[in-house]
Design a protein around this ligand. Structure first.
Ligand code: MLT
Length: 397
C-alpha cells in the first residue's frame, strides 16, 4: 500500500488549526487572561427567528409518520424544491435566472470547493490568487496539480487581473476576497470571463461573502457577467450570510451551458454528488429555505448590519492609529499592515501576548500576505470593542 505522497507536500497543518493550537497553548499557560478571538471567521449572532421556526417545524415533521423524511429527493441530488426555489429567487433578484437542476445543495462552500476537483484531470494547470483562502491551494497540492499564482498586492488593490500570456485551465476567484476584503467590480470580472472563454478554462468563483456587498458597482454573482455561464462554477454558503457555520449548508451552481471536451460539467457533478454525497439533512434544508424569504432577508440583514458595525469599530481604531488596511466595507474582514515592519507571525505573537487578541497571520494566506494581518468582524460587539481598546493602548505606545 502506498500513501498519497502529495500530502507530504502540504504545510504541517491547516492555517486555522495552527492558529487554534497556538491560542489554546497560550490560554492553557495563562488561564487568568481573557483571550479575544478575532481570527477564524466564525459567526457569533444566533440564527434568525424565521430559520429557528422553520427548523422547529421540520423537527415536528420528523416526529410524525405522515410527514417523516428519509433521504432527500434524488431528482436534484437530495435538494428539496422549496430550498432550490428560494435560492433561484435570490439569484433572480440579482438579475440571474437559473434552472433547478443547476443548483446543488451542499454542506458548505469549503467541501464543494475541494470536491469539485474530482471533475478535473490532474494535468490541468491551476491559477490561484495570492493571498487567498488556503483551501484552494491545499486541495490542489493534495491532488498533485501544478499551481500558478496571480499576485494580489497593494499595486493592484489586491485584485489581480488576468494575464493573457499565462495559460491556466482552472482559475480560482474569491470576491469579496478572503482575506483582503477586496471585491471585483462587474467591469473587472468581465475580463476574467473573457480570459476563461479564450483559454477554455473554468472559473471557480467563491461568493461566500457576497451578502456583505453594498456597493452596486460590485458583482454579487459571477453570472451577472455575460458569458459566465459558459465558463464558471459558483460556490455559496449560508455560513456567513445567515450564521450557519455550526448548521452547515451551502449551494453550488453548475450551469448547463458549461461544457468542456463535449461533456457537460453539470452532468458530471450530478453524477459525482449522487455517488459520493447523500445530501444535507431535511431540518437544515428547511431552515436554509427560510433565509431568502422576505422576512428571512430582513432578519439576516440585521445580523449583517451588526457585523458591519464591528468592521467599522475596527476600521476606526486603525484609522486612529494611522495603520493601513483594506476591506471592512463590502466584506467582514479587515486586512491590516503589521505595524513597525513586523512579519505576520511576529505580530500574531506580539498581539496575543501583549493584548490577548488573536487574529490570523497574513502569510498563512500566501507569500504576498507576509507583513499583513487579518481581523474578523464576526465577533461580538463587546469583544470587538474590548479588542480594539487593547490594540489602541498597545500600539499607541
Ligand atoms: C476564515 O476564517 O477564513 C473562514 O471562516 C474559513 C472558512 O470559512 O472555512
Amino acid at each position: 500500500m502506498k500513501i498519497n505522497s502529495n500530502f507530504l507536500n502540504l504545510k504541517d497543518s491547516y492555517l486555522f488549526a495552527t492558529v487554534g493550537r497556538k491560542t489554546t497553548a497560550y490560554k492553557t499557560a495563562h488561564p487568568e487572561k481573557k483571550v479575544i478571538r478575532l481570527s477564524i471567521g466564525d459567526v457569533t449572532r444566533p440564527l434568525a427567528p424565521v430559520v429557528i421556526d422553520a427548523m422547529h417545524r421540520a423537527v415536528d415533521d420528523m416526529s410524525r409518520k405522515e410527514t417523516f423524511k428519509g433521504y432527500g429527493p434524488d431528482q436534484y441530488c437530495y435538494g428539496y424544491n422549496v430550498l432550490i426555489d428560494s435560492i433561484k429567487d435570490s439569484y433572480s433578484r440579482k438579475g440571474v435566472s437559473l434552472d433547478s437542476a443547476e443548483v446543488f445543495i451542499s454542506d458548505g462552500a469549503k467541501s464543494d470547493l475541494g470536491n469539485i476537483l474530482d471533475l478535473f484531470a490532474i494535468d490541468n494547470t491551476v491559477l490561484v490568487p495570492d493571498p487567498v483562502y488556503p483551501v484552494y491551494v491545499d486541495t490542489n497540492v493534495m491532488a498533485g496539480r501544478k499551481i500558478l499564482y496571480a499576485d494580489a498586492n497593494l499595486a493592484n488593490g489586491f485584485l489581480p487581473m488576468p494575464d493573457f500570456s499565462v495559460d491556466a485551465d482552472i482559475v480560482y476567484l474569491c470576491s469579496p476576497n478572503n482575506p483582503t476584503g477586496a471585491a471585483y467590480s462587474k467591469e473587472q470580472l468581465k475580463e476574467w470571463v473573457r480570459y476563461a472563454c479564450e483559454k477554455d478554462a473554468v472559473l471557480l468563483y467563491d461568493a461566500a461573502y457576497e451578502y456583505f456587498i453594498t456597493d452596486p458597482a460590485l458583482a454579487r454573482s459571477v453570472y451577472q457577467i455575460e458569458g459566465a455561464k459558459e465558463c464558471a462554477i459558483e460556490f455559496c454558503s449560508y455560513s456567513k450570510t445567515a450564521g450557519f457555520t455550526g448548521v452547515r449548508c451551502g449551494y453550488t451552481i453548475v450551469p448547463k451551458e458549461l461544457v468542456r471536451e463535449g461533456t457537460s460539467l453539470n452532468t458530471l457533478w450530478a453524477r459525482r454528488q449522487s455517488t459520493k454525497f447523500n445530501g444535507v439533512s431535511y431540518i437544515t434544508q428547511m431552515g436554509a429555505a427560510a433565509v431568502f424569504t422576505a422576512e428571512g432577508e430582513k432578519q439576516i440583514s440585521e445580523n449583517l448590519g451588526y457585523y458591519r458595525e464591528n468592521a467599522k469599530i475596527i476600521a476606526d481604531c486603525l484609522d486612529e492609529l494611522g495603520i493601513f488596511y483594506t476591506g471592512g466595507k463590502n466584506s467582514p474582514y479587515i486586512w491590516m499592515k503589521c505595524p513597525n515592519g513586523m512579519d505576520s507571525w511576529e505580530f500574531f505573537d506580539y498581539l496575543l501576548e501583549n493584548a490577548n487578541v488573536v487574529g490570523t497571520p497574513g502569510s498563512g494566506f500566501g507569500k504576498n500576505g507576509e507583513g499583513f494581518f487579518r481581523l474578523t468582524a464576526f465577533g461580538t460587539k463587546e469583544d470587538t470593542k474590548e479588542a480594539c481598546s487593547r490594540i489602541r493602548a498597545l500600539l499607541q505606545k
